[in-house]
Design a binder for this molecule. Structure first.
Ligand code: PDD
Length: 287
């Protein structure tokens, strides 16, 4: 049984319990992070903690822990769980109140929960083989830059993709691709890597930022710009990125072949840079 962390205590995951009055349960009133762990090291932890702070600010929950405390707790959580490659999930909700009321309760303490699971064997493999994706209308709210636990639209969209024998839904809003149901999106257009600019329509992905950093450091031309549905249909390459999927090439979009139906040359280059970065991280030469 894996070890979890709940409100100050490490305990077996199956013994971790919260009140049914917790606002996370009643309202989806909370935020979360997913942090990959390679060779026991939390990947880009400072970036994740910064985004957590932004999410907490966005929903007006005070951060219950300092970055130092988060680091101590998450490091211990990883050490207490098996496997050198893990996926850490953490969430902070507004806590449990005596009665159900939409308005913020006074004097409740946030609920802090974290768990870690062995990294899916798919993490490395999924990024090696192409995936199928479909486009769907972006039915989410207007604050998608907040990593809220309220994920019902994302759940429905991802399931719609699965039902269509696809691995991801690429979301369309006002004629533009925003991101995937649980990933960011990149296309290659005339040899240039393009991803939508940050803003309220998408989550500022940690993987996305690293891809752009690697592009900049290695002379790969890139642009942060809107991607129209037409750009998407005509793209030479389409990728989706996330902490759990890394960089996955989309080889089929709405049952049409993307490029020549194989992971493209720019993806081959980027995944190599990404793997090199992970090797450096495992050696303690990157964070
Ligand atoms: N999701 N966009 C959305 C809507 C996401 O849910 C995610 C990640 C991303 C990619 O962000 P990052 O590169 O920081 O993982 C973009 C996580 C993995 C999840 O919900 O499980």
């Amino acid at each position: 049984m894996s070890t979890a962390f709940l409100n100050g205590t490490f305990l077996p995951l199956d013994r971790a319990q919260v009140s049914v009055m917790d606002r996370g349960f009643l309202f989806g009133d909370g935020v979360y992070e997913v942090i990959p762990v390679y060779a026991g090291k939390l990947f880009r932890l400072t970036h994740h903690l910064k985004r957590l702070q932004n999410s907490l600010d966005g929903v007006r929950i005070g951060n219950p822990l300092t970055d130092f405390e988060w680091t101590e707790i998450l490091t211990e959580l990883v050490a207490r769980n098996t496997g050198s490659d893990q996926d850490v999930y953490l969430q902070v909700t507004r806590g449990a109140a005596a009665r159900r009321d939409h308005a913020f309760p006074v004097d409740t303490r946030p609920t802090v929960f974290a768990m870690s699971t062995p990294a899916s064997a798919m993490r490395d493999i999924a990024s090696e083989i192409g995936i199928k994706a479909i486009t769907l209308p972006d039915i989410r709210w207007q604050k998608c830059d907040i990593k809220a636990i309220t994920l019902l639209p994302n759940v429905l969209l991802r399931q719609q993709a699965i039902d269509a024998a696809s691995a991801e839904a690429i979301l369309i809003k006002n004629g533009h691709a925003t991101e995937g149901a649980a990933s960011n999106i990149f296309i290659v257009h005339n040899g240039v890597l393009v991803t939508p600019p940050k803003g309220p329509s998408l989550l500022p992905g940690i993987t996305r930022d690293l891809v752009l950093e690697l592009a900049a450091a290695n002379g790969i031309p890139f642009r942060e710009a809107g991607i129209t549905e037409q750009d998407l249909e005509q793209a030479e390459e389409v990728w989706v990125t996330s902490s759990t999927r890394e960089i996955s090439p989309v080889t089929h979009l709405n049952d049409e072949i993307v490029g020549d139906g194989q992971p493209g040359p720019l993806w081959q280059r980027m995944i190599q840079l990404y793997q090199d970065y992970k090797v450096a991280l495992r050696r303690g030469e990157a964070s």
